[in-house]
Structures are given as structure tokens and as C-alpha cells.
Design a protein around this ligand. Sequence first.
Ligand code: ASP
Length: 333
Amino acid sequence: MCGGGEMAKKAGWAIAVHGGAGVDPALPSERQERAKRLLRRCLDLGSHALAAGASAIDVVEAVVRELETDPTFNSGRGSALTSEGTVEMEASIMDGQHRRCGAVSGLTTVKNPVSLARLVMDRSPHSYLAFEGAERFARLQGVETVDNEYFITEDNVGMLKLAKEADSILFDYRIPLAESCSKAALGIEPMNGLPLSVYAQETVGCVAVDALGRCAAATSTGGLMNKSPGRVGDSPIVGAGTYACELCAVSCTGEGEAILRATLARDVAALMEYKGLPLCEAVDYAIRVRLDEGKAGLIAVSSLGDVACGFNCTGMFRGYATSDGLLDVAIWD
Ligand code: ASP
């Protein structure tokens, strides 16, 4: 275990995946099981590809595409909604071998944002495209696009209504609670100013190291529920929500503003690069020292095949698998 998460060590391939930090402690068990089944399916997909010799960068893209296509978490279909009830998605991907990266934000029609981020990295002279420019690039590249309604689920429409009633932007556990959302009024402990039984989907991410020791990371999200149109979080920001280099790959989740302030993903890499810390200690240090309490979490792999995760909030949907047969999917501490 490392910083509230688990760790495995082995030279060889390894993969970790997350479905977001900050989990409702009263999340119904069938929702927990559904999320775990999806994470397990993604680990199987990634593991088989890595065992067959696929590159880390191809694997993280394929796994995040799978997560974007399934509405269980907050990315692609099932994305969190803006205060206007629309979807604005963002994603980033980084190939640690050459420190190449691609990022997109403000997407409204691109079915798989992570793949557009990959195209920005591979086929554009830029690292980051946003809003109309990103949509135009998507059309030039011929990627699959759909109407904005495709991404909007009934669950999220209900969630936005509750968030608006509570005048809250999820994920912030520290907002003052409206009287109507207080523990006394609800009879249960509230979270995010909302009843605990409300389920907020979270961001997805994948990190992998392949058999050749190449690391890659990808993160994709709809952002925060009830966010302002135009708001950009940490997920598309290389160094904040996503980072990969020759030493490690990191994908973060939680309150984007806190992750941005902490340059969380890059800090993990910098602790390894400049301080010589092993992955587990770097993750633990970054979470403990850099991050505001109760805000976020991350998954990480090293080029040596280590896997680590850490979070300082209620829980994080996560799982990992390694070439020597270690496999786990978990939500809580
Ligand atoms: N980090 C994401 C954001 O702030 C949200 C999340 O991880 O759930 O946009």
C-alpha cells in the first residue's frame, strides 16, 4: 500500500486504471459492483494487449476509449454537465518515452476525446487544442462525432438539478451547506452539499508501462458537475492531471483547481527525477505535502514495473494488474 493506495513491484509490464476520486460512502452496492466490473474489464483489455507486446501509449488510449464509451464514469458518454446543461469534455495523453503529449478541451461532439488528444500529439504541430479549434481539427482528422445529447445521461440531468438546488459545484467537500442540505434536515451526513445517496460520476484515467519499460498516461473527463461553461480543469493540463516521462506515468483525479495548484502529476515525476525517490514514496510525498486535504488522488506506474496509487479523499475507483499476475480492483482505503 502506498499513500492510501496499493503498490506492487516487478520489472515487466504493469497497468493501473481509475474511475475517479471522491466516492460517495453511501454509494449503492450495485453501482459499486458495476464500476468494479468495468474497471476489471479495462484491466483485462489492457493486460492482454501489454502481454501481447502492445506499446504503453496504445494501451492507455484503448483503455480510456473503453471508459469514455461506457456511461458509468464521468468522461465521454456520461460526462458531467455545465451549468447550462451541456457537455464540454477534455482529455490528455502523454508518451513518456519522448515526453510527447497531446491535449484537448471544450469538446462538444467528439465521441472519444482521448483519441483526439492522441491525434493532436501525433498529427499536429501543437500540444493542446481547445473549443472551436479542437472541434475543427476533429473534423479535419475525420474522427467520429455525435450530437451533444449523446453524452447527456438521465442520471446526470438529475444530478445537475440537485447541484443547482444546493448551489454547489461538485467536487468540493468544503462548501458551506445550505440549510435544506444539512445533516439535521436530511437525517444523514451530507456530501458536496447534497444527500449522500446522490451518485456523482468521476473522471477516468489509465497509466501503463510496457514490456520495454516505456511509460504512458491518459486522462479524460467531463469536468465538474455544474461547472461554468469554458472552465478548464486539471485533466487536459500536462503536468497537473497527466504526466509521463522515462521514469513514470501519472493520472490524477479530484478537484481540478487543487490538482492544478499542486502540479500534482509532474511533482510525482520530479520527486523521482530530482530527489531519487522510488515511485511509492514520491506518490506518498506529493499527496501528503503538495495537495490540499480531501481533494484528490492519482494512479502511477514506474518504468521498473512498480504500481502505486494515493488519495486523500473518501475513496477512489481504481485497479491494477502486473505481468507477474497481481490484480486488484478497489474503491475504499
Ligand atoms: N479532475 C476533474 C476536474 O476537475 C474532476 C475529477 O477528477 O473527477 O475536472
